[in-house]
Design a protein. Structure first.
Length: 455
């Protein structure tokens, strides 16, 4: 992140959010470079098809280097079209070969193929950072695999889990997002090179050769068929996939925020930053809160992406303006959230004493299910055992533990011995198959990531 805004800055992403790597990908210079790269690939395809002389490939390599983003947008201001402006400039700067610039293509052959190049680069960066998040969570899972804590449902104490088990759930969820991104690429990162309405008519029957040349030059597969633009379901899937990831990051950050409350105090951000401008004692979960705040933006952008799927006939222009806003911003939002999540996971503090204190807060009442199961296995009807444990836990005397309440209950004593009661109320002996579930999750994550890397 940049540290200071420029006096003319308007959008916070210019200076406050997003990494320099992601900003570079969506910078004006980078986008124009990709437009030019696609125009050069088109010349390569035209030469392959025998439409343009082969020496024009080298000519375009050199003359395109003289085109600047400033020239393109100056030309756009003059004629009202950015890609046409680029085509005019190439036509003017590339001598005799300039007459082949943009021949047979429509503007969105250039734009959508350039988007594919942008997506390939940007999703690569997202995947790399997401993998770092997953690996850090795997480390935390291993480190705290055996640290017993209270599990919570409905914000109430439920039954015991371990801190490692909690982290393992995030390993699983984030790996699923990693897989979604991997799978998404197969449908999204494709060249669109098919002319005005998708028929390739401008290349007089040689369109597939032109397309093949473009794809070969750029290392992209083609869309099987299209209108004037690539199908927007892929763009909507992209934004939705990133919004799902953002919501998962939101869930993790929300958990840290909740567990950092002073009355819980189990996990919190251990940073030296100022918590409040007026209250010196505050230790606010600022990083986690920023993650949660940005997730709202990511989710809101999904609607715009879905709205861009229904376009009139072979296309209209209503997707263009919104995509110029939503695509860079959804990537910058998720990029910042991943950066913040990495920071969060590297600065959180796990307070063992607070975890132990909260585990004992209900004086053993969280072990009621454990007792109920054992009563059933000893012969009591499950519904009767359930009612009995409701009565016992809700009528424990002040300061009394569940163990003490069970030992003085005549019905329980008929079924369970003192040693059986002691085992039933021990949190460490009611963790089910936690270790196997963690191992299964780790194996799944490793295999899923390996399969994605090799695909």
């Amino acid at each position: 992140m940049s540290s200071q805004p420029h006096i003319s800055s308007i959008c916070p992403f210019e200076w406050r959010y997003g990494s320099s790597e992601m900003k570079r990908i969506f910078s004006v210079n980078s986008l124009i470079e990709k437009y030019i790269l696609v125009e050069k690939a088109l010349i390569y395809g035209l030469a392959k098809a025998g439409i343009a002389p082969s020496h024009c490939i080298e000519v375009f390599e050199k003359c395109s280097e003289t085109v600047t983003p400033g020239e393109v947008y100056t030309k756009e201001a003059e004629i009202g079209h950015d890609i046409a402006g680029l085509a005019y400039l190439l036509g003017e700067k590339c001598g005799e070969c300039g007459r082949y610039a943009h021949l047979g293509a429509t503007s969105y052959d250039i734009v959508d193929t350039a988007w594919a190049l942008v997506f390939r680069e940007a999703l690569g960066l997202v995947s790399e950072k997401l993998l770092r998040v997953i690996n850090r969570l795997k480390e935390l899972t291993v480190e705290y695999r055996d640290l017993v804590m209270v599990g919570r449902t409905h914000a109430q104490h439920a039954v015991p889990i371990t801190v490692g088990f909690k982290f393992a759930n995030y390993v699983y969820e984030f790996t699923r997002s990693y897989e979604r991104i991997c799978d998404l690429k197969k449908r999204l990162i494709k060249a669109k090179m098919s002319g005005a309405v998708g028929t390739m008519a401008g290349w007089l029957g040689k369109g597939l050769i032109v397309e093949r040349g473009v794809c070969e030059h750029l290392g992209l597969p083609p869309h099987e068929i299209s209108t004037q633009i690539a199908p927007r379901d892929g763009f909507a899937e992209l934004v939705s996939t990133l919004a799902i990831l953002a919501s998962q990051l939101d869930r993790l950050a929300l958990e840290v925020r909740e567990l950092s409350r002073p009355e819980i105090n189990e996990i919190y951000e251990a940073t030296k930053r100022v918590g409040s401008s007026t209250m010196p004692h505050k230790r606010n979960p600022v990083t986690a809160e920023r993650i949660c705040g940005l997730a709202k933006i990511a989710r809101s952008l999904v609607v715009a992406a879905l709205e861009n799927i229904p376009l009139m006939h072979e296309r209209d222009l209503t997707n263009s303006s919104s995509e110029r806003v939503l695509i860079p911003h959804v990537f910058l939002v998720v990029d910042q959230m991943l950066e913040d999540t990495l920071k969060l996971l590297n600065t959180i503090y796990i307070d063992r004493e607070a975890i132990k204190k909260n585990l004992e807060l209900t004086r053993g009442a969280i072990m009621a299910e454990s007792v109920m199961v054992r009563l059933v296995l000893k012969g009591m009807a499950r519904h009767e055992a359930h009612k009995l444990l409701i009565d016992i836990t809700r009528n424990m005397k002040p300061g009394e533990t569940l163990k003490e309440a069970l030992l003085r209950n005549e019905v329980v004593s008929k079924y369970l011995s003192q040693s059986e009661i002691e085992e039933a109320v021990d949190p460490e002996k009611y963790l089910g198959n936690i270790n196997e579930l963690i191992e299964r999750t780790m194996k799944y994550a490793e295999e899923a990531i390996r399969n994605c890397s090799s695909s």
